[in-house]
Ligand binder design. Structure first.
Ligand code: TXA
Ligand code: MG
Length: 316
């Protein structure tokens, strides 16, 4: 399958181009498009066959469920049989935006999407391109990050093309994404809402609205199936430093290795560039990526979560 690419203006998406994407989605095809967090690989969420194609193209384990993207809050009632008051409060406050909520699923949601779970993950993205594509497709869109399973999430169209060329129908190139790390995933099927994946919407922000929120990463049994998989990981070994002074020590320890040092002005730029920098380091065949830890608060929690996952065990 030849993968086409179409450039769309993220500020003023051209409707004729949006329609090309929506037509492919309606016909059961796969389209990668930018959201404000990372690029997603979309398929019609109500079409089992189309959803299966996502798992094949990504090489994604069948037991890892997908997020369904909507363009209108009303669609919540289609996808969930129990839209709780908390869900509505959160939707009002944070949608469209980088928050995914988990609710009890309705019957029309294919089991393939939820990997057999009784719950479903739903999000309304804020990217204009994503919203227009979903709206024009007239169906909710299932979309995981548009990378090969195990690779860092794509933050530019070229990342998607590198991973999925000839495996999907279309890539919508809307330039570099705004945030750069995936949405916050919040489970609302338990008494106290639980963060399953930290993201741009922080625990602090959620607590302001909800009162108490549990940190799922601290609980012994993570409920998000995706959490058990190794993620976001470049080929290079990632070493997290606590202080810049460690650069010399590490360079001495690995005299024959090509070491890339990543430096950022602040956490916002770090989130935005981290996955791109991982991918570039691999292209340039670095053996080690050295990056300084950030404080695990607010956006820093999400960044450290991705860094720790990426740095888990790798031999040199
Ligand atoms: O920002 C994002 O969320 C991006 C863009 C494209 O929207 N999407 C994304 O999807 O990161 P994905 O598939 O790469 O990650 C979805 C995460 C996985 O960790 C998955 O296990 C979890 O959400 N998830 C999905 N449905 C779930 C459910 N019913 N219960 C628990 N976890 C769920
Ligand atoms: Mg992913």
């Amino acid at each position: 399958m030849e993968t086409k690419t179409i450039k769309i203006d993220p500020k003023n998406p051209e409707i004729s181009k949006i329609k090309i994407a929506s037509k492919i989605l309606k016909n059961g095809g796969l389209v990668a498009f930018p959201t404000e967090t990372v690029y997603g690989l979309g398929a019609n969420a109500l079409d089992k066959k189309a959803v299966s194609k996502i798992f094949i193209a990504k090489g994604r384990p069948q037991d890892n469920p997908l997020i369904i993207h909507i363009s209108d809050k009303k669609e919540l009632y289609k996808l969930s049989s129990d839209v709780t008051p908390t869900a509505l409060v959160l939707a009002d406050k944070f949608w469209p935006g980088p928050l995914t909520i988990i609710l009890k699923k309705s019957k029309i949601v294919p089991k393939k999407i939820t990997a057999g779970l009784g719950s479903v993950a739903i999000r309304m993205p804020s990217s204009k391109i994503a919203l227009e594509i979903i709206r024009n497709s007239k169906t909710p869109i299932a979309a995981p990050s548009a990378n090969i399973s195990g690779k860092p999430s794509p933050t530019k169209a070229t990342h998607v093309i590198d991973d999925l060329s000839n495996k999907i129908d279309l890539v919508i190139d809307g330039g570099k994404v705004a945030i750069g790390i995936e949405s916050t995933v919040l489970d609302l099927t338990q008494k106290i809402p639980q963060i399953l994946r930290p993201g741009k919407i922080t625990k602090e922000q959620l607590e302001q609205v909800l009162g108490k929120v549990k940190d799922g990463l601290k609980s012994k049994k993570p409920k998000s199936p995706g959490i058990k998989y190794k993620h976001y990981s470049p080929n290079a070994k990632i070493i997290i430093m606590n202080h810049k002074k460690e650069i010399r020590k590490i360079s001495k320890k690995y005299p024959n290795k090509k070491i890339k040092i990543l430096n950022y002005k602040n956490e916002v730029t770090m989130a935005k560039n981290l996955f791109n920098d991982f991918r570039n380091a691999d292209k340039k065949k670095y053996n080690i990526i050295l990056v300084k830890a950030v404080i695990e608060k607010e956006l820093g929690s999400a960044i450290m979560n991705r860094l720790k996952k990426a740095s888990s065990e790798k031999d040199l």
